[in-house]
Write a protein that binds this ligand. Structure first.
Ligand SMILES: [Zn+2]
Ligand SMILES: [Zn+2]
Length: 339
């Protein structure tokens, strides 16, 4: 048997999968983790920085996933040649409306496939064998999108087989589905929230999952198993109870523009607390204490308050701009603590 044409097909599939991963992960990584504009820093979900070695490991495992995905893709090209798949090549055969409908159907099928295989991967023996590799990224970055043990990569590639065997798909529809898949996957591991405040609670949008949703899964390793939509997590009861509060906390940070004055004595107490917690406080590379400061919860890394500090006539003055209360907490948890 002449393996030349097979290797050529594989090389093409490898190039497409490689580019799909890198061309999506690079811009998101560069904007959110390298350039880090102020609006992106405000939306950081966890305070901890991922280690460099972890990022290298995420990329290495993702490359092995690219190899496995492209091998399955090559097998499917030959299956298509043998008439075993439901891929059709003439757009006129089913029209454009069908192409879009088939993409939506593929996404819904993948959502179900991912939820249930993900639940399976959390079964202790499979977790120990394979899925723990993906969970090494407790603070995920876009590079973690494909960071799977080879066995998990094989399981995840199974959805391609299911889709091309079950759904009549035009190659263009298949390609758009694959683009949607990698973009949602990279955004799910972004480590920053990109959707607006209230998105995770609003009845019209809450079904659409957010980076915070998957970030909580990485951080705690339990609950929030879904990929695109909340349907399965909601139906089975695996949505984490802290999801909406965590989402509110991270999206409230951008709303800290509305200032709020507190009595001077309380501001002084907050400043004392701030000074005490200065090792945890994060300023924008500014040695002077002047500027906007955030206080961070030691245990969870959540931002609890935003305080603006000014130096006037050699004196330190501060104003609490925003206090982020958790559900059931007093309106001013930081000041209450300082008092
Ligand atoms: Zn998991
Ligand atoms: Zn993940």
């Amino acid at each position: 048997m002449d393996v030349g044409p097979v290797l050529n097909t594989w090389r093409r599939a490898l190039t497409v999968d490689f580019l799909r991963y890198f061309l999506t992960a690079i811009p998101f990584y560069c904007v959110f983790w390298v350039w880090r504009p102020a609006w992106a820093r405000d939306r950081r979900i966890q305070a901890a920085d991922p280690e460099r070695a972890r990022i290298v490991s995420e990329i290495t495992y993702s490359l092995s996933t690219v190899v496995i995905f492209s091998a399955i893709g090559t097998a499917l090209v030959y299956a298509q040649g043998a008439g075993l798949t439901r891929i059709y090549v003439s757009l006129a055969e089913r029209g454009w409306a069908y192409v879009w409908a088939s993409i939506v159907l593929a996404i819904v099928v993948h959502d179900a496939y991912f939820y249930w295989t993900h639940r399976l991967l959390h079964w202790r023996p499979l977790y120990r064998l394979a899925h723990h590799v993906h969970h090494r990224s407790a603070t995920p970055t876009p590079w973690a999108a494909y960071a799977f043990h080879p066995l998990e990569a094989l399981i995840q590639a199974g959805v391609y087989v299911v889709i091309v065997l079950a759904i009549p798909m035009h190659p263009l529809g298949l390609m758009l589905f694959l683009v949607y898949m990698i973009v949602r996957n990279v955004v799910g591991h972004l480590g920053h929230e990109i959707w607006p405040a209230g998105f995770a609670r609003h009845p019209l949008t809450r079904w659409h999952l957010t980076p915070t949703h998957h970030d909580l899964h990485h951080r705690f390793g339990k609950g929030n198993y879904g990929l695109y939509f909340s349907f399965w997590d909601d139906w089975i009861g695996t949505t984490r109870s802290d999801y909406e509060a965590a989402y509110d906390a991270v999206t409230a940070r951008r709303c800290s523009l509305g200032t709020r004055a507190l009595p001077a004595a309380r501001v002084a107490l907050c400043l004392l607390a701030l000074a005490g917690a200065s090792r945890q406080a994060r300023a924008d590379d500014d040695i002077s204490p002047a500027g906007r400061w955030t206080t961070i919860d030691d245990h969870t890394g959540e931002v609890r308050s935003v305080v603006r500090v000014r130096v006037e006539d050699g004196e330190l003055r501060g104003q609490v701009e925003k206090v982020l209360a958790r559900p059931g907490e007093d309106a001013d948890p930081v000041c209450a603590l300082a008092g």
